[in-house]
Design a protein around this ligand. Structure first.
Ligand code: CP
Length: 308
């Protein structure tokens, strides 16, 4: 079974193949209306379940559109409307879903829901975000970086703020795609040591630098994310904002990076908090290309999972 659970669980060759296919599929449909089918229909006759236990705009719409462009059909399910949250085990849910659909994408809180779903499913399972990782986002980010600046291998990526689930998948990608990553944020919000260790063992230079100006010196790419993620309690908001304010990405911080450095944010963003509008809407920002590339990258991920 070919699941897409995390970037570090997928081989570098397969990851490269997915990125290359995403780029080829994007270019093949350049200029077409969004609703027009691709020339190739590799998902014809396939049914894809999209399960959401958390809110989503990009993941939900991009997966749904992507399946349709490739000739498949989708059913979008909310976790709270399923038996998933009402006592039926994940294992039983996985076995039942496998009798109806060809592919499952799930966005959930606890990583063990994803891994148990994959363990008991007879069809491929894709990670659409857990509290710990967000691999589809980073596949789109790699595609975006490379279409603007060429190969990401050997580049310096700087993650600012909270070492959260998106940061975790960037660390996984550093190891698999061969780039270096500097984390700059308060020590209370450092990324998980396990993931830092994984990237280092894969040969990447992973640096923790508390001073954001020093961190971004020589950066090829600066990345920010919301200061309060979906799984963080709202009661922690003020404390987190106070800790994270020095790490806001603004014009002054961008000026310390390379002149052609790109800015990324997976969105949704909180303007004037983790990043200013001047940076988000400025010439170095590629945030809406990232959002678009969720569609292309995930189409390639689904083809890889299904072997079609
Ligand atoms: N970036 C991202 O995953 O967006 P959504 O939460 O809207 O899906």
């Amino acid at each position: 079974m070919t699941h897409f659970l995390d970037i570090h669980k997928t081989s570098p060759d397969d990851l490269r193949g997915i990125i290359d296919q995403a780029a080829a599929m994007k270019s093949a449909r350049a200029g077409r209306p969004k609703g027009m089918a691709d020339d190739e229909q590799p998902l014809a006759g396939r049914m894809v379940a999209l399960i959401f236990e958390k809110p989503s705009t990009r993941t939900r719409v991009s997966f749904d559109v992507g399946v349709r462009q490739m000739g498949g059909e989708t059913m979008v399910l909310s976790g709270k409307d399923m038996q998933l949250g009402h006592g039926e085990t994940i294992a039983d849910t996985a076995r039942v879903m496998s009798r109806y659909v060809d592919l499952i994408m799930i966005r959930t809180f606890d990583e063990t829901v994803l891994t148990e779903m994959a363990e008991y499913s007879d069809v491929p399972v894709i990670n659409g975000l857990t509290d710990r990782t967000h691999p589809c986002q980073i596949m789109a980010d790699i595609l975006t970086y490379e279409e603007h600046r060429g190969p990401i291998r050997g580049k310096k990526v700087v993650w600012t703020g909270d070492g959260n689930n998106v940061c975790a998948s960037f660390l996984h990608a550093a190891g698999q795609f061969g780039f270096d990553l500097t984390f700059t944020g308060p020590s209370q919000l450092d990324p998980e040591e396990e993931f830092v260790g994984l990237a280092r063992r894969a040969g990447s230079t992973i640096t923790i630098e508390r001073d954001p100006a020093k961190a971004v010196a020589g950066a090829d790419l600066i990345v920010a994310d919301t200061w309060v993620s979906m799984h963080d309690s709202q009661s922690s908001k003020e404390r987190r904002h106070n800790m994270l304010r020095p790490y806001q990405v603004n014009d002054a911080l961008m000026a310390h990076a390379k002149p052609d450095a790109l800015f990324m944010h997976c969105l949704p963003a909180h303007r004037e908090e983790e990043v200013t509008s001047a940076v988000m809407d400025g010439p170095q920002s590629v945030i809406f290309d990232e959002a678009e590339n969720r569609l292309h990258a995930q189409k390639a991920v689904m083809r890889w999972c299904l072997g079609v």
